[in-house]
Design a protein around this ligand. Sequence first.
Ligand SMILES: Nc1ncnc2c1ncn2[C@@H]1O[C@H](COP(=O)(O)OP(=O)(O)O)[C@@H](O)[C@H]1O
Ligand SMILES: [Mg+2]
Length: 226
Amino acid sequence: MVFTAAERLHLGAEAEVWSGQWFDQPAVSKQRRARAWRHPHLDHRLGVRRMISEARLLIRLRKNGMSVPPVLDMDLASGRLIIGLVPGRPLIEVLNDPTTTRETMEALLRRVGAEIRQLHRWAVTHGDLSTNNILVDGEHVHLIDFGLASIEYDVERYGIDLHVLDEILSASHPNWEGAIECAVEGYVQADHALGPVPVLKGGAVPGADEVNARLEDIRTRVRYHG
Ligand SMILES: Nc1ncnc2c1ncn2[C@@H]1O[C@H](COP(=O)(O)OP(=O)(O)O)[C@@H](O)[C@H]1O
Ligand SMILES: [Mg+2]
């Protein structure tokens, strides 16, 4: 493997992430970590399955024009995925930055919503839309971390994607009131701008208005049943 590590970006329970170079290209190495409490064989199989799934979806989304990181290399035996380095900083940092204005926040969250809708239009739900998994580079928003993403056609999964973001925005960034509303606005507007939802091989993706209505349902359910 021709990855030269430079700086550790993240040490999580599931993966160790480094920035560096792959040949002469800025890249990121995502190394799956062994989970001591799982049987080693099962652990390896699970980790590899997730890694392959992440790579597959990244390739599918890149091919369809989304600005997710390109897949550069993969080593199944060691559980390592090399992807292109995405410029920018995590949304969590932008939202915590005291110099971020409300106007900037609103425009940014609208773009975040539009990007999520693009993803959903390709029948992909993210599964972990935290403000760490959204990178902001000036005007551009990039979604990363597709380890829990999957191809779905059930509206519930789409609603849950937005609900995860909703919960995180209100729990971690309560000072930005109305942030999720901006994201939903961008989500719905993107759908109207992009036209009818494409019918894919596996079925039809639910429309943005339908997903938004489901988000409301999920909120109500959570409110009454915890
Ligand atoms: N392609 C990338 N470009 C830039 N930074 C990245 C990239 N991939 C991951 N990172 C950074 O590393 C962190 C962890 O990577 P992530 O894919 O989210 O792994 P995990 O599954 O452990 O959360 C991200 O939150 C981000 O800060
Ligand atoms: Mg992550």
